[in-house]
Design a protein around this ligand. Structure first.
Ligand code: SAH
Length: 232
């Protein structure tokens, strides 16, 4: 991908990235397209589409970050987490995915780019959320294109520190109507949603913001089958 395409995506998010970061993103996109020929990492393969739907969309998370640590749940090929890390190298980041091959792709990339304070973890969010290493440990948890908001809340809110927040990156709908019961049960506070267009496109996006107020009860998250069968 041309430097200018990356710069243009960054500019539309109000960012000016150092040359070194642009080069890292070039490596990321090159590896993504190479590996995508042999495994399914992204359905989007056209460069302008990657620039809008993956790079720009991920950059738009940056103004919402608070604190030092973030977990990206269901990161896939690293969206939005890897882009956020490249733009904010000081962030302590954990990338989680339940698909081994996607985590292997990210491990290779982290090594090639020489990144520190980022780990790619193979596992399911509902299991990791019961481990002391991950439970109530993050200033921010984020999920993009993983599941409906009611399910995501049970997967993600237990990993957020009280005082931190969960950010759900959504398309047109904020899905807050699905979440009215789940949020208080999981220790969340008053949720809000920002609606915006991806700058320079007509694509509608929504950032759902759920503050964590109190620790989550130990019974959550439940096993995935129970979550799926009867979302909170
Ligand atoms: N966030 C990325 C990927 C979205 S696809 C993007 O926006 O492009 C959803 C990803 O979530 C898949 O890679 C899938 O393996 C992962 N996933 C689904 N349920 C999960 C769970 N319970 N725990 C961890 N990862 C999960």
């Amino acid at each position: 991908m041309k430097k200018q395409t990356i710069e243009h995506a960054a500019e539309r998010a109000g960012l000016e990235l150092p040359a070194e970061t642009i080069e890292q993103i070039q490596v990321f996109v090159a590896r993504l397209l190479e590996k995508n020929k042999v495994m399914n990492l992204t359905a989007i393969t056209e460069e302008e589409e990657i620039a809008d739907s993956h790079l720009l969309d991920s950059f738009l998370l940056l103004p919402y970050l608070r604190g030092k640590s973030m977990i990206d749940v269901g990161t896939g090929a690293g969206f939005p987490g890897m882009l956020v890390k490249l733009a904010r190298p000081e962030l302590k980041l954990v990338l989680v995915d339940s698909t081994r091959k996607r985590i292997s792709f990210l491990e290779d990339l982290i090594e090639e780019l020489g990144l520190s304070e980022v780990s790619a973890v193979h596992g399911r969010a509902e299991d990791l959320a019961h481990m002391s290493e991950y439970r109530e440990k993050f200033d921010t948890a984020v999920a993009r294109a993983v599941s409906s908001l009611d399910i995501l809340l049970e997967l993600c809110l237990p990993m957020v520190k009280p005082g931190g927040r969960f950010l759900a990156m959504k398309g047109k709908e904020d899905e807050l109507d699905l979440a009215a019961k789940a949020i208080p049960l999981l220790g969340g506070g008053k949720a809000t949603a920002d609606h915006y267009l991806l700058p320079g496109t007509d694509k509608q996006r929504t950032m759902v913001i759920v503050p964590k107020e109190k620790p989550t009860k130990q019974r959550y998250p439940r096993p995935f089958a129970a979550i799926k069968k009867s979302p909170l």
